[in-house]
Design a protein around this ligand. Structure first.
Ligand SMILES: Cc1cc2nc3c(=O)[nH]c(=O)nc-3n(C[C@H](O)[C@H](O)[C@H](O)COP(=O)(O)OP(=O)(O)OC[C@H]3O[C@@H](n4cnc5c(N)ncnc54)[C@H](O)[C@@H]3O)c2cc1C
Length: 386
């Protein structure tokens, strides 16, 4: 049986970031993922610069041979309303392609990789975990996304949880579709649903387009997606004939789940822990940050992985993600009658100040939050913004 200090189930951004930090602390780490990388992941592929800072990734190095679309502004509105363009004059976000990004993070983590292997068996033997009957470790990290088997082992019941449901398509534009496309890579477009329960997006990355829509409730998601695609077609923003397939996925928002994220010899990170930002649905940065925080707590525990020692992780998550705003709008969307919520939402989204300072700076870009342990001496954009 192979023995490791830490075994991580799931090699997405959460798992690979956690492994990267653990390996740098000298802990022998293994990652198993049911898929072989590079693999497709349903996602818009929008990231904030803090993600690169936190992992010490040089944008110039990353973008050699991979897509890294600088984003310097946003066009926003409610569907059919007046559109507001907000410009920052420098990159405040990037567009990446998940199959490239996740593969890059996984390979640079330095962990021993077991790709194409699902976690199917989990046993406890004294203070050790035995994974799939062949990997042994004192510490286990669940990073397998919303339906993570480790989370389920700890009692998570996805069917009873409140999830964000989202669908997207990413495709290469060609011919007339490309030449007539009105959407620019550096200014992605965000269109809020009139009831404020979600938004549709268009992220262009060179010739590649990513369109999708996510909502706080999963009812009638495909109806909302259909209306959004029709809106894009009718307004001439993007020709979508034939309409692309939009695969969907669900994930949990921070503060909306009661998952037990820390136990005896085990932690949950990323979507498995339910840490995505509630206002924007951004999940990559919180996944990475939770992975880095978990790695710190594991390293500090110095091999004594008791529930008490790992409990600090729960506190660090609350400290990091508990203060993010957006509750007001969620309360409006969830508790007010639909007509009233729509009227309030439309007024707010027509206000240039509100869109820049609240919707973009606070909810989407988190300009008030410094990168976690920036690994670069120059904290670049995040420091300038603070
Ligand atoms: C439509 C949509 C659009 C989104 N757009 C954005 C966006 O633009 N920006 C953003 O920041 N966030 C976005 N998100 C959220 C973001 O995709 C997730 O929050 C993020 O991927 C979480 O990372 P993770 O590492 O926790 O999980 P994942 O990226 O899901 O990785 C989990 C890994 O675990 C593996 N796994 C699963 N089960 C097992 C098992 N039994 N054994 C072994 N391995 C297993 C999977 O193969 C996978 O590789 C979007 C989500 C959706 C659904």
């Amino acid at each position: 049986m192979d023995s490791y200090d830490v075994v991580i189930a799931g090699g997405g951004p959460a798992g690979s970031s956690c492994a990267w930090k653990l390996q740098r602390s000298g802990l022998k780490t293994a990652i198993l993922d049911r898929q072989i990388f590079p693999r497709h992941k349903v996602c818009g592929g929008w990231i904030t610069p803090a993600v690169l800072d936190e992992l010490g990734i040089d944008p110039a190095e990353y973008s050699t041979g991979r897509v890294l679309q600088p984003i310097t502004g946003f066009r926003t509105s409610y569907m059919g309303g007046r559109e507001i363009e907000t410009h920052y004059g420098r990159p405040v976000s990037y567009g990446i392609r998940r199959f490239e990004f996740d593969d890059y993070l996984l390979k640079r983590s330095g962990a021993t990789l077991f790709e194409g292997e699902s976690l199917t068996r989990l046993e406890r033997s004294g203070r050790e975990w035995i994974v799939n009957g062949r990997l042994r470790s004192r510490m286990l990290v669940g990073a397998g996304g919303t339906f993570c088997p480790v989370a389920r082992f700890l009692g998570a019941q996805v069917s009873r949880e409140t999830v964000v449901a989202a669908q997207e398509a990413e495709f290469e534009m060609q011919g007339r579709q490309l030449s007539e496309c009105a959407i620019r890579g550096e200014v992605p477009e965000l269109y809020f649903c009139p009831d404020l329960k979600g938004y549709g997006w268009c992220f262009r990355k060179g010739n590649v387009m990513n369109v999708g829509l996510g909502r706080l409730d999963r009812h009638c998601l495909s109806k909302h997606v259909g209306e959004f695609l029709k809106f894009l077609r009718v307004t001439g923003k993007l020709s979508l004939d034939p309409a692309p397939e939009l695969p969907g996925h669900a994930y949990l928002l921070f503060g909306e789940t009661a998952r037990d994220v820390a136990g005896e010899g085990v932690l949950l990170i990323g979507d498995a822990a339910g840490v995505a930002y509630a206002q924007s649905g951004e999940g990559i940065r919180p996944a990475i940050e939770s992975g880095l925080l978990a790695a710190d707590v594991i390293t500090e525990a110095q091999g004594r992985y008791t529930r008490e020692r790992l409990e600090r992780y729960r506190f660090l998550l609350a400290e990091r993600f508990g203060k993010s705003g957006g509750r007001l709008v969620r309360s409006i969307a969830q508790h007010l009658p639909a007509g009233l919520a729509t009227a309030i939402g439309r007024r707010l989204l027509l206000n240039d100040w509100f869109v820049r300072r609240v919707v973009l700076d606070e909810w989407f870009l988190h300009r008030h939050e410094r990168a976690l342990h920036s690994s670069r001496a120059d904290q670049s954009w995040t420091a300038n913004a603070a």
